[in-house]
Design a protein around this ligand. Structure first.
Ligand code: DAH
Length: 344
């Protein structure tokens, strides 16, 4: 009688479980058969009434049925979960990777691109690339490069002074003293950096701009060496030989001082918009390092000499990109900046 009941329950479970189509109905089924008041509990409660000779068989059958129900419920659960995933995939609009993309990609600032190119060129010629501080002492920015207090050359560079007596560096030359002290008498170093001047802004003047300074110190360094490195840099940057010329200049930290001009790479000297029809681009103030500057850096000018140059970096960028207003370079104007890509 009780064994019959077990078979009956199994049949009923087989039937009902075959039509389960959701987690809710599965849970009702579980409660109905395995719950505290479910069929299996009911059957087990009858154990006491089962005749002794049948107890063993009864016990085994109930356990087997209980296991079967538990296993089946787990199986159904897994298959329902899989069905839900399949349905979700089916209903998801898949992303088509072959569609054209209309998102805007970023690009490096043209100044960053050209700075990397110029630094790489000098690196290949054996130069170390160094850095400078943006806040500097008066000593480093002026005195150590031979511009003592009250020297008229200080007026050439309107300075942003800080309350503590320090300043925003007006020239990358401010790092010369520290670099010469660090690298000693025989060295080739370039140091790009941001500089600040208290200037009115116009198409050719910014209060925040970039320079790239270089120093070479050794024995018997000559102006010919200076010209060699500048020409090599220009050739690599413009991918052709560029003629240069020196004009006399004045800087307190060099003696003699020069302005190095490059023959306009665009018109070849015949005159165009970029060179203002002069055929030449004023590019690089430079000269032989003044003995006072060497001395202040702990280098004996009777034994060593060298040259220094300061590339007006924004100017170089404007020449390369043919931008005719320096203010674009700090403007974050994406319409203009995004025209210059890394392969510039
Ligand atoms: N520091 C100068 C300036 O900002 C540029 C300069 C000129 C740097 C001559 C040099 C140099 O190293 O030799 O106007």
């Amino acid at each position: 009688m009780e064994l019959e009941n077990i078979n009956q329950t199994e049949k009923q479970f087989d039937e009902e479980s075959s039509s389960v189509d959701s987690l809710e109905t599965l849970e009702s089924l579980r409660v109905k058969f395995l719950g505290k008041k479910g069929f299996i509990t009911d059957i087990m409660a009858k154990f006491r009434e089962v005749p002794v000779e049948l107890k063993k068989e009864f016990g085994q059958k109930v356990n087997a049925l209980k296991n079967k129900i538990e296993t089946k419920i787990e199986e159904i659960k897994t298959s329902l979960a899989q069905k839900a995933i399949d349905a979700e995939i089916k209903n998801t609009k898949m992303f088509d990777y072959s569609l054209p993309v209309d998102t805007k990609t970023g690009s490096l600032h043209p100044r960053t691109i050209i700075q990397k190119q110029v630094c790489d060129i000098f690196k290949n010629m054996g130069f170390v690339v160094e850095d400078g501080n943006e806040v500097e002492t008066e000593y480093n920015n002026f005195e150590s490069v031979n511009v003592p207090k009250n020297h008229p050359a200080r007026d050439m560079q309107d300075t942003f002074w800080l309350n503590n007596g320090e300043l925003l560096k007006t020239q990358t030359s401010a790092a010369q003293n520290r670099i010469l002290r660090t690298y000693g008498p025989v060295c080739k170093v370039i140091f790009p950096g941001r500089v600040f001047r208290n200037e009115e802004l116009d198409a050719r003047h910014e209060n925040t701009f970039f320079q790239l300074e270089g120093v070479v110190v050794g024995k018997n360094v000559t102006v010919a060496n200076l010209i060699y490195f500048e020409k090599a840099m220009l050739k690599s940057l413009f991918k052709k030989d560029i003629e240069v010329r020196l004009r006399p200049g004045f800087f307190p930290f060099t003696e003699p001082s020069y302005e190095l001009d490059a023959k306009c790479p665009f018109c070849g000297g015949t005159g165009c918009h970029t060179c203002g029809n002069s055929g030449w681009l004023e590019l690089c103030p430079c000269g032989m390092i003044h003995p006072n500057v060497l001395r202040m850096a702990g280098i004996d000018p009777d034994e060593y000499n060298g040259f220094a140059f300061g590339l007006g970096f924004d100017r170089l960028v404007m020449i390369r990109t043919k931008l005719d207003d320096i203010r674009y370079l700090n403007s974050n104007n994406l319409k203009i900046m995004s025209q210059f890509k890394t392969n510039m």
